[in-house]
Design a protein around this ligand. Sequence first.
Ligand SMILES: C[S@@+](CC[C@H](N)C(=O)[O-])C[C@H]1O[C@@H](n2cnc3c(N)ncnc32)[C@H](O)[C@@H]1O
Length: 241
Amino acid sequence: MSVKDFDIQHFHTDKIGYLEYYDKVFSPIKNNVKKMLELGIYHGGSLQMWEKFFTKADIIGVDIEKIDVPNSGRVKIYQGDQKDTSLLNKITGDCAPEGFDIIIDDASHFGKETFISFIYLFKNSLKSKGVYVIEDWGTGYWPHFPDGRNITLDKHHVSYHLHTDTDYDFKQKGLVSKGPFLNNRRFQSHDYGMVGLIKQIIDELAIEQATLPQYTNKESTYKTFIENILITPGQCFIFKK
Ligand SMILES: C[S@@+](CC[C@H](N)C(=O)[O-])C[C@H]1O[C@@H](n2cnc3c(N)ncnc32)[C@H](O)[C@@H]1O
């Protein structure tokens, strides 16, 4: 059975738009998954869906609210804040001392909190070859979201001058017009919130290039834990080495 085959209406969750990529990434590993952690439970529908999909796995959920989820016994719930690293440490020790196979962050969708959970869990609690998913990173483009930014170019932004001063005529070359990306503009959101975080994670992926000894005067390059990244408009899958 694939995630897509699920009668999603049966579960009280908003994951319907995300099943295509969950199917692509999780179906090949489904029988090997023993431990899964999801930050953000809400009504508990996603935990029940994962419990049904990963038939051999313990499913652990964390939420800042107190939430009970009926289940068959393989689901365990903790109440607490996703940025409380002592709680994350306790959950890892209690439930997955050898590490989680999959961790999904579907909790606050704030850059700072998501960053703290990611930094802690990716390094300390995710198995080698494990998958970490950050959902809903597009909140970083919403101007009404507390740490979101819209795409209006800020004149004080250094790249405004870089782009407007360029003598390369994007319009004349026919490279402009279809979408905001093709306007050759850097979005403010790149420096804030969830979009800023995703961009930093991309920098981390490429950090070995940025820290080559000839550029840093240090003896060795920085080694990243990230193997590769798959990004969709709503999900960022980060694969651990
Ligand atoms: C989008 S809902 C989760 C939906 C659920 N994963 C699903 O797919 O059905 C977000 C949840 O994150 C919780 N949350 C918000 N901020 C949090 C935080 N700082 N730490 C832990 N949970 C948080 C909210 O209480 C809410 O239940």
